[in-house]
Design a protein around this ligand. Sequence first.
Ligand code: HEM
Length: 190
Amino acid sequence: MTELARNPRTMQKVREEIRSCVGNKKFAVEDDLPRLKYLKLVLKEVMRLHPPAVLLLPRETVGHFNLFGYDVDPKTRVHINVWAIGRDPSMWKDPEEFVPERFENSPIDYSGNHFELLPFGAGRRGCPGISMGMAMIELALTNVLHSFDWELPQGMTEGDVSMEEGAGLTIPKKVPLTLLPVTPFYKTDA
Ligand code: HEM
């Protein structure tokens, strides 16, 4: 929601997609999700810039190995900085820009097969809850955007929205997002 509040063009595009797919039903349901293609691009871009677990989970090596010429001893604590990978200019064009369209016609997804985008980790200790986690986020965001238009408080512009992050295993927003819900013009069938 914070990126959408800062990027009204994207907010409008994703809202139009949701409203044309969900129609005049009061709530979106899970069956609506497969048709929301642009929403999925938006969430990939969110996961690239704001992976909830920026260093994944701490892991420990069990044996010695050599990584790009570096010797790594057994019992070494390993952190994978997916926050930095998601903003690496050698992998992403204009990495600091929020551009969901970068994933259009791109094979990159977050299932752990593309090392540029690893919000759920990868391999045998990767997150087993990807499908459930993403379905919950998609459904919640879809309903929030379907039910209301959202406006910044009076006097605030997109540039005033804080992107500051706090610290933790998962990263919270430092400054809570404040938006005003506005009842949309259309009528639902409920
Ligand atoms: C957006 C939501 C979620 C995110 C971003 C997320 C992210 C992650 C990450 C980064 C890891 C560590 C992967 C690694 O070290 O390579 C992980 C592990 C794990 N996640 Fe998730 N997760 C999410 C939702 C869920 C859900 C909904 C469940 C369960 C229903 C779940 C269950 C687990 C479990 C059990 C592990 C440990 C796997 C292991 O160590 O073998 N996660 N998750």
